[in-house]
Design a protein around this ligand. Structure first.
Ligand SMILES: CC(C)(COP(=O)(O)OP(=O)(O)OC[C@H]1O[C@@H](n2cnc3c(N)ncnc32)[C@H](O)[C@@H]1OP(=O)(O)O)[C@@H](O)C(=O)NCCC(=O)NCCS
Length: 223
């Protein structure tokens, strides 16, 4: 663990896309809209959700205690407090992504290793109705720059299922390197799934990923 000064951190990119992109640590007031957007995206996101290798399919949904805990009015407060604590302790950084004032998805930096590693994994999703506008690469570039410049992290990894071309494009656009396939890396949607490991280090983008992404967008818009 490591004490992170300046967390919770809100990051704003006002003019790179058609509308501002804001990364903000979750508040209790976000819980309702986040739940509604996740429910609207359920069939799209469910095949990508991690699953418990020991649980029979659907077990978590059938467990009445889990269902009761999820309905508890205390849960949003506990979840937000836990997320803030994790950020301050350098265990995980979680942001909700807003696009033009609209809830758009999540960006999480987790599995953080300090010591001589200073590495972490990234995860993200965007509301399907807002895809194709460059929100995910913008949010990832903002979050990665925060991690490299303000927390002392040195390396970020993204594990992506080979057939998830949309997500592969997100990291490729930012210059993450393809480091090869890790076999049976995560249990997803009921089975062990291979993942392509993409990674980037701080020194590979000395001016930052947002700078790189801005230049690449300017070039493609000029063509
Ligand atoms: C992957 C994901 C985050 C991309 O977000 P995004 O904001 O749409 O990112 P981009 O706008 O840069 O688009 C990335 C690619 O998605 C694809 N794409 C674009 N619009 C799309 C749409 N409406 N529907 C599906 N895919 C689309 C394109 O291949 C695009 O690449 P391109 O710009 O080279 O054409 C989003 O598709 C998502 O949330 N998917 C489900 C969750 C997920 O896969 N998370 C990552 C797990 S590793």
């Amino acid at each position: 663990m490591r004490r992170i000064r300046g967390w919770p951190a809100t990051l704003t990119e006002p003019d790179l896309l058609d509308a501002p992109v804001v990364l903000r640590p979750a508040r209790v007031s976000d819980v309702k809209v986040r739940r509604a957007v996740m429910a609207a995206n359920d069939s799209w996101l469910r095949p990508l959700n991690a699953t418990d290798p020991d649980a029979p399919a659907g077990a978590a949904r059938a467990n009445p205690l889990v269902a009761m805990a999820r309905r508890s009015p205390a849960l949003p407060y506990l979840a937000v407090a836990r997320s803030q604590w994790k950020g301050r302790r350098g265990i995980a950084f979680s942001w909700v992504v807003w696009y033009g004032g609209q809830f758009a998805g999540d960006l999480t930096v987790w599995h953080i290793l300090w010591g001589p590693n200073r590495s972490a994994e990234v995860g993200y999703w965007i509301d399907e109705r807002l895809t194709g506008r460059g929100i995910a690469p913008t949010a990832l570039a903002m979050g990665a720059d925060y991690c490299f410049k303000h927390t002392g992290l040195h390396r970020l990894e993204a594990g992506i299922q080979p057939e998830n071309t949309a997500s592969r494009r997100v990291v490729e656009k930012l210059g993450f390197r393809d480091e090869g396939t890790r076999t049976g890396l995560v249990h997803i949607d009921g089975a062990w799934r291979d993942h392509v490991c993409y990674a980037i280090t701080a020194e590979a983008a000395p001016d930052g990923l947002l700078h790189r992404w801005r230049n690449s967008l300017a070039t493609s818009r000029a063509i």
